[in-house]
Design a protein around this ligand. Structure first.
Ligand code: ADP
Length: 640
């Protein structure tokens, strides 16, 4: 500063300087703010000539500051339809200060350099200067916001359409009241919107379901876990009950907790379900109470089985054999595989199978069942087969009984037939002998020499003896066949009995000393039926003697083998031709080579029956001309 300057620097000039500097500072700061503002800032003079144009204005409208300044604002960025009102407003303000659009936010449109019209928000501030007015406009591009608003409106409209036309009822409830209900929800409860909104929603719920619905509602409001779907009943204004399925979520409605509920009318479905359940229960009851055993097999395994079969017929516990194959009911594996070989081809061919099988219970006891099956699809047995079982044990038992009785009846009647033919044949000979002998004695009486008369009487006696023996044998067989011959074992010495029978037989046939007796093992005290043993040995020994030459010996051997006695009677006589072997034990059957040897054909029948009664059996080996050996096994355990 020069001295002159310093002198000129009066307080007034100093203050002026300071004021100027402050002003410059402020206008620099204002400039900076304007240039960095987010809004476009455009300033015009009263003739609408642009006098300022910030950077944001350059970006928003596409005109550089040097291009814009000096232009008429309306020509540059105001769309033609707004130009007139712009000028009018400006003029009015300048004449009588009518604020018009000044000092407030206005939404309008503007043009950019390319001629594109876009939405803007505008506020215009008049600034009074020394020479008059300037107007600064702060302009914000709101086209983006507008688009978002339009999109929001559109999507709201879409949602509204969906909600209003939804087939599901949609309601919002808060504080126990409905805050919103779509038309479908109103139809479901037969209420108008006003009625629905003014009725506590719990009143629309069926009294029996109120506790549950309200409990769920409160829990949902508290944010606790609630069953996501459940059914409950509502009663509409006409008193009609409907089943609704509800799914609900907790939401905020007007800033406070509420629930959003979706309601589907499931009345028909519930009725159908109830119907189906009833039908099923009925069917189940029928299947379970029937006396017929029923099961369903799928892929070879028991899928379902009724009580009558599982517990009643098979003796298993409830559900115990579900998942098993049917083999559990068969007596053994070979029965099971025979059964499979039989039923599978039948089911494949005809779709059905039926047969009687002897099966078993869990405890192993056997029973007879009639089973029948039907395949759901014969071409694919794995799809399933239904099986029905009927216990026919009683029927089978009766059948067997009848069978046995018939068999016995037949045997007896055959025996009788044979006996009748025998009497007509075998009895005639001795009777004829007796008759002729008696006639001779009658005719010649005392004229007959003593010796001849004695011979005739001996012949008569022999014939009578033979007939008596035959009648005895027939009666014995008759008793055996009608189960009247009994087995009464007693402690006795089998060897003693055998030897005494041998002596009696020798004597009866007049062949003393023919039988050679041997024994092995301990056949002393045994449990034997002496009578049966005597019938067995008596007949075998008498045959052996009868069918052997006079001087030929007969061997009788007894061997004790644990609980058995094995007795062998061997001769060296005429033997038995092979053609007669098969029928040897039939009553009245005699081999073709017997010649004059007397006999009835009943002895071996008696031997066989007595041996069987004694828990044993008879076998023989023989060849014509070479003798025979008969072997008898009898059950005769040592006596205690
Ligand atoms: P029978 O009273 O005729 O001897 P059996 O029933 O005792 O009747 O025997 C049946 C038949 O078996 C006899 O008729 C005989 O043909 C034959 N038979 C039995 N035992 C012998 C034996 N030891 N030697 C040869 N044949 C025998």
């Amino acid at each position: 500063m020069t001295r002159a300057d310093a002198e000129a620097a009066t307080p007034a000039t100093l203050a002026l300087d300071a004021a100027r500097r402050a002003l410059e500072d402020m206008s620099r700061r204002a400039r900076l703010m304007i240039d960095t503002a987010n809004d476009a800032v455009v300033t015009i003079d009263p003739a609408s000539i642009i006098i300022d144009w910030n950077r944001t204005a350059e970006r928003m409208f596409g005109w550089r500051r040097d291009e814009a300044v000096g232009q008429v604002l309306t020509d540059l960025i105001v769309p033609p339809q707004h130009r007139e009102s712009h000028h009018r407003g400006l003029k009015r303000y300048l004449s009588d200060r009518t604020p018009g659009i000044l000092n407030r936010r206005v939404e309008t449109t503007a043009l950019d350099r390319t001629g594109r019209e876009f939405d803007i928000e505008l506020s215009v501030w008049p600034v009074e200067t020394g020479s008059g007015f300037t107007f600064s406009a702060f302009i914000r591009d709101i086209s983006e916001r507008r688009r978002a608003e339009a999109a929001l409106r559109e999507s709201e409209e879409k949602y509204r359409l969906v909600v209003e036309n939804a087939y599901e009822g949609i309601v919002v409830s808060q504080d126990g009241m409905l805050k919103y209900a779509n038309p479908r929800a109103l139809t479901l409860t037969r209420r108008t919107l006003a009625q629905a909104m003014s009725t506590p929603f719990i009143e629309m719920v069926h009294p029996d379901d109120r506790a549950r619905v309200y409990g769920n509602y409160l829990r949902r409001l508290r944010g606790e876990a609630v069953e996501p779907f459940y059914k409950f009943r509502v009663v509409d204004t006409a008193g009609e009950t409907k089943w609704l399925q509800i799914s609900a979520v907790g939401i905020e409605w007007d800033g406070r907790p509420a629930t959003l509920n979706f309601l589907t009318d499931v009345t028909e479905q519930v009725a159908l379900e109830a119907n189906a359940a009833q039908t099923l229960a009925l069917r189940e009851a029928i299947l379970e109470t029937t006396a017929v055993g029923i099961m369903f097999i799928q892929a070879g395994r028991i899928k379902w089985i009724n009580d009558a079969l599982e517990r009643g017929m098979l003796g298993f516990d409830d559900g115990e054999i579900v998942g098993h194959t049917g083999e559990v009911a068969f007596l053994d594996h070979s029965d099971w595989s025979r059964f499979l070989h039989e039923c599978i081809p039948a089911l494949e061919r005809t779709g059905t199978y039926s047969s009687d099988w002897r099966v078993k219970r869990k405890d192993g006891s056997p029973w007879w069942c009639h089973m029948s099956a039907k395949a759901l699809k014969p071409s694919d047995l794995g799809a399933g087969t239904i099986w029905f079982f009927i216990d026919i044990s009683a029927r089978k038992r009766a059948e067997e009984e009848v069978h046995r009785a018939l068999g016995r009846e037949r045997e007896l009647s055959e025996l009788k037939t044979r006996f009748v033919s025998l009497t007509s044949h075998e009895f005639r000979t001795p009777l004829a002998t007796i008759l002729s002998s008696i006639e001779l004695i009658d005719d010649f009486g005392s004229k007959l020499p003593d010796a001849e008369r004695a011979e005739l009487i001996r012949i008569v006696k022999a014939a009578i003896k033979r007939m008596t023996a035959m009648i005895d044998q027939v009666m014995l067989i008759g008793r055996a066949e009608s189960d009247k011959l009994e087995f009464r074992p007693q402690p006795a010495d089998a060897c003693e009995i055998a030897q005494s029978v041998a002596r009696e037989t020798e004597q009866a046939l007049g062949r003393r000393g023919t039988v050679r007796f041997t024994s092995r093992g301990d056949c002393g005290r045994r449990l034997v039926d002496g009578k049966l043993l005597a019938h067995v040995l008596g007949n075998l020994l008498s045959n052996a003697i009868k069918y052997s030459p006079e001087d030929s010996p007969v061997d009788l051997d007894i061997e004790a083998r644990e609980a058995m006695l094995v007795m062998r009677v061997a001769d060296r006589g005429i033997g038995i031709p092979p053609e007669d072997h098969a029928r040897l034990f039939e009553s009245f059957h005699r081999a073709r080579n017997v010649g004059n040897v007397e006999g009835t054909g009943l002895g071996l029948t008696i031997v066989k029956q007595c041996a069987q009664l004694h828990g044993g059996r008879v076998e023989f080996e023989s060849a014509a001309g070479q003798g025979s050996t008969f072997t008898v096994h009898l059950l005769a355990p040592p006596a205690p």
